[in-house]
Ligand binder design. Structure first.
Ligand code: HEC
Ligand code: HEC
Ligand code: HEC
Ligand code: HEC
Ligand code: HEC
Length: 447
């Protein structure tokens, strides 16, 4: 009898609505109408700064941004049409990129040019109707949505003429973000794991959630008629903000010997310290992203030499050193290209170290199609507060002039590997080279 009571109590506590728990994940499809959600423009009249900040963030463009449109409509949807077993996965893109369309059952949504409500992407209402997270760990849009008069947030007791408010703990928890920033492929592989990376890193232990770095608080008004207070800035700046990426990694470099004989060998060590990110770098769309270290030497005559990185010998290392090989052959299938040879894998100088994690399709070939990912390769990204060391051993060329040789290390970042961007005609900003950091040092060559 007592255990029955206990069970009842647990049931009532878990589901205060007495009925079913709110749906989350795949079960959200078709549970709502667009008209259940207010437009972000409605919020703008009072939440001016927050609205303008949000419109500049990637989440306001999650459905309309060029590369999203290209990958969804030119790879994912055609792939699903040829392989119907992918329907749930491809419909699921919308669960994170345009949750209102997904919940309204409007899948496949109209193209962005149709200017439908799908374009509202990750809107104010999508986020502020989240009432809970339906899975542990959170992943694949496992948020529970309850749109209506109540706007949920982090601050208790706020009054608004337009709506009710209610404070919930999850609004200051990383799990909230993890519901869309962790993703599992149809093969059960973690193809996005920003919250999981955060959780096993130092920031989770110190109680620093995503919001502290992506929604920093500053004194101001969160609504035109509100009192001054510390307000969460809706910046959501990440990979598409070059300033956020700049100095994410700090770089230092030194030679083993300051003076080297003309027929000798220089050994350089480069330290890469992850000072800023709360997760691995790169994180998120890891299938698309590369970070690479390019080291050059310049002699007294101004002649330049490129130094390839020393191999360390770990399993899968070949994917972390730029080489002249083809990859991404699986794009040929949705594109309808028989025996597509693929495109260049890296598009960066051969011999440079690449910090990345390769994704593999069911045939073991590298892929940028995360829904077609059956396994992952070596994870050679830089963890939060981790320091990696790379060594460059360089036998001085026979004709090296005596005097100073200077070395420069450059760490670059690219959101989308260039050969893929070129193949799919993705606008140039997605594959621009973004400088993360540089370091330099020198040696003296003597007779
Ligand atoms: C007529 C003005 C007005 C409009 C329109 C409006 N709000 Fe508000 N909202 C407020 C005021 C005022 C507060 C309380 C501010 C305070 O006291 O700090 C508030 C507070 C909030 C909070 C904080 C809740 C909490 O507990 O932390 C959220 C979230 C919110 N609004 C979301 C929205 C969304 C989403 C929309 C659009 C669908 C919207 N608001 C439209 C005036 C408005
Ligand atoms: C990706 C989800 C997300 C989106 C999109 C989003 N918010 Fe928020 N918002 C949050 C979270 C999380 C917090 C609480 C952050 C904290 O306290 O650390 C918050 C806080 C707020 C607050 C209270 C701020 C404060 O600290 O006083 C208001 C008001 C608000 N949001 C309104 C809006 C409006 C209006 C929009 C659209 C223009 C919007 N939000 C878009 C997640 C979101
Ligand atoms: C409803 C799903 C959803 C939720 C909840 C969500 N995000 Fe996002 N977020 C996305 C999507 C989708 C994108 C990708 C936008 C695009 O297409 O580039 C994104 C992009 C971002 C970016 C930009 C990354 C870049 O490439 O520049 C940042 C930063 C970010 N989110 C932070 C957060 C934080 C912090 C939270 C929690 C407060 C959060 N997000 C909650 C769906 C979500
Ligand atoms: C200690 C600060 C910090 C914390 C905590 C943090 N981030 Fe970041 N985040 C950054 C920095 C710096 C960058 C830019 C460098 C990079 O891309 O990693 C970034 C980048 C991102 C990106 C773009 C990643 C890419 O390479 O495309 C996303 C998405 C993101 N963060 C989401 C999150 C989410 C979700 C959380 C919580 C689970 C979180 N961040 C926690 C600092 C932080
Ligand atoms: C679980 C949520 C989720 C699902 C499901 C999802 N995405 Fe995303 N997507 C995100 C988040 C979050 C980001 C941003 C990550 C980052 O910036 O590193 C993103 C980024 C992207 C980007 C890169 C945007 C850029 O500008 O760099 C593309 C393209 C994309 N998604 C397409 C898709 C397609 C196509 C599908 C379905 C096959 C899909 N996504 C499924 C959450 C999701």
């Amino acid at each position: 009898m007592r255990s029955l009571y206990l069970l009842l109590l647990i049931w009532v506590c878990a589901f205060p609505s007495f009925g079913q728990p709110l749906p989350s994940g795949d079960a959200l499809k078709g549970t709502r109408k667009y008209s259940d959600f207010e437009k972000s423009e409605v919020c703008k009249s009072c939440h001016v700064d927050i609205y303008q900040q949000w419109t500049q963030s990637m989440m306001a463009q999650a459905y309309t941004h060029h590369w999203d449109e290209i990958e969804y409509f030119e790879l994912a949807v055609p792939h699903m049409e040829k392989a119907p077993e992918l329907k749930d996965a491809v419909d699921g893109c919308n669960g994170c990129h345009t949750p209102m369309a997904f919940m309204a059952g409007d899948v496949t949504p109209p193209r962005p040019e149709a200017k439908s409500r799908a374009n509202e992407s990750v809107s104010c209402e999508v986020c502020h109707s989240i009432k809970g997270i339906g899975s542990d760990p959170p992943f694949n849009f496992s948020f529970q949505s309850s749109p209506g008069r109540v706007k949920y947030g982090a601050k208790p007791g706020l009054q608004s003429p337009h709506h009710d408010t209610e404070a919930l703990d999850i609004y200051q928890k990383a799990e909230y973000c993890g519901s869309c920033h962790n993703e599992k492929s149809p093969y059960g592989v973690w193809v996005k794991s920003t919250q999981l990376e955060w959780k096993e890193g130092p920031y989770a232990k110190e109680g620093v959630p995503c919001m502290q770095c992506h929604m920093p608080k500053a004194l101001g008004r969160n609504a035109t008629m509100a009192q001054e207070d510390m307000v969460a800035q809706h910046l959501f700046h990440g990979a598409h903000d070059n300033g956020k990426v700049a100095s994410a990694i700090e770089l230092r470099m030194h030679p083993e010997e300051r003076e080297v004989r003309y027929d000798g060998t220089v050994t350089l060590k480069v330290q890469l310290f992850s000072a800023k990110p709360g997760h691995k770098f790169p994180s998120g769309s890891v299938e698309d992203r590369i970070v690479w270290l390019h080291v050059t030497a310049t002699d007294v005559n101004g002649k330049q030499y490129h130094l390839p990185v020393d191999k360390k010998g770990f399993a899968g290392e070949e994917y972390t050193i730029a080489s002249d090989v083809l990859a991404y052959q699986d794009m040929g299938f949705p594109k309808g290209l028989a025996s597509f040879p693929g495109v260049q894998r890296d598009g960066v100088p051969i011999g440079d170290r690449i910090f990345r994690m390769p994704y593999f399709d069911p045939e073991g070939r590298m892929t940028v199609m995360q829904w077609n990912t059956k396994s992952l390769g070596v994870d050679y990204r830089i963890g939060p507060r981790e320091t990696k060391i790379e060594t460059f051993t360089w036998k001085l060329p026979d004709d090296i002039p005596l005097g100073m040789v200077t070395f420069k290390a450059v760490l670059n970042y690219q959101k989308l590997v260039k050969p893929v961007a070129d193949f799919l005609n993705v606008p140039a900003d997605e594959s621009e080279i973004v400088l993360v950091n540089t370091a330099s040092t020198w040696v003296e060559v003597y007779e």
